[in-house]
Design a protein around this ligand. Sequence first.
Ligand code: THU
Length: 131
Amino acid sequence: MTAELEKRAIAVHGAAYAPYSEFRVGACVQMNGKLFDGVNVENASYGLGICAERSAVFSAVIAGAHELAAVMVCTDASPPSSPCGACRQVLYEFARDPAAVVVTSINPAGERRSWTLAELLPDGFSGRELP
Ligand code: THU
């Protein structure tokens, strides 16, 4: 499954819409045993853009998948970049066990970095605190 995640993240990276930052991001998430792709989609009203990781998760939710197992992100950055804070929190929402969710970042040159979601967002807000 990791090879497939990687292939898809690299492929979808080309579909990123990033005319303002020129920082193209592709993501592929494994949720409920299926793979869902996402890209960053920017806007002339800069604050309205969305990251690739969140667009992948939202597409999984549209398909009814709520259980996150793995994340693959592809950018042109060297070393590969890690997900932003907002995306970490959105990923956390769907991770039953954040220590078991592996987040990997790659670039087309073949470099890679990996973390668990628990490492990226220690002591995250789970919502269990809500009334
Ligand atoms: N971006 C992502 O898609 N994912 C991240 O984790 C970091 C940043 C996007 C947002 C924006 O379109 C561009 O990269 C530059 O910040």
